[in-house]
Design a protein around this ligand. Sequence first.
Ligand code: UDP
Ligand code: MG
Length: 334
Amino acid sequence: MERSFITVVIPVYNEEIQICENINVIRKCLAETGMEFMILLVDDGSTDDTWLKLKMLSKEASCIKALRLSRNFGKEAALCAGLEAAEGDCCIIMDADLQHPPTLIPEMIRLWRDEGYEVIEGVKALRGNESMIKKVGANSFYKILSKLSGFNMQQASDFKLLDKKVVLAWRSMHERGTFFRGMSAWVGYNRISIPFNVGIRTNGVSKWSVFNLCTLAVKAITSFSSFPLYIITFMGVFFLAGALVLGIQTLYMKLMGIALNGFTTVILLLLIIGSCLMISLGVIGTYIARIYEEVKCRPRYIVADEIKSNKDCLLSEVESIGFRPKEKASSHIE
Ligand code: UDP
Ligand code: MG
């Protein structure tokens, strides 16, 4: 059987209280697979002692590599940094708080290695101890996004195994505003879902506020669908039809000499059309903002520091397998 090498990408933000124990749990599960692996931790500009902990971890274990972003760029950017620096034959993406059960890793690897699947997606069977607002919000968001984009992303999560081919395809997508779940669905390939129950966060609290989640939802929808722009046209047609009916009625009343009656209708029309115009401008504005972000062509993230994996021999072997990032990690600024 061919020898394989796995990179496990883990974004980390202010996780000092739990990162060491959690990484050790993940390492154990990886070791059980009997494969060579590297754990690539991306510190997303943590303000606590997370980076120090990562340094300690890398001293204990030679399989650990870490990148430190120059500030908090957000989980999506941290995932980009990880995927661009990943090496080996496949890449597993998971959270640092054990909410993505590492015990599923051997099964994911089996599906990839023995059954030839190229994308193994963890889908949330139970969403864990999330608040009602988040649960309802996430369900409606994924329903709308799946309808608009044409990709089934119901209960999707960032817990995935991607084959080397898929990571390379993902790297060919150059947009600044990334939405990992959507982009990994868009690339296609032979995929299978495995359900998992979202565990309880081992320590600390979720870093996603409702506002952050709403921003991500808007970014995701505008990245994957232009439908909201067309809704404006549909609304225009709908109101034109209404305007024709009301126009005829107004003229009729005028001719019959009972024209004063229409006052309520005028107020209602002003309110409805006014708010529709504002919403429409907002939708167009959102897309323009997205275009503005893209044309600026700023890097998705900036790497401020790096801890290399100690196993030089291992890395040189991986290089021969051929899955190096296009540029060396020292020049991540595109
Ligand atoms: N995370 C990150 N940058 C951020 C927020 C979160 O890298 O700005 C990481 C975090 O350390 C964790 C993962 O993303 O490994 C998921 O975050 P969290 O558990 O807070 O989110 P939730 O589980 O509520 O979706
Ligand atoms: Mg979490």
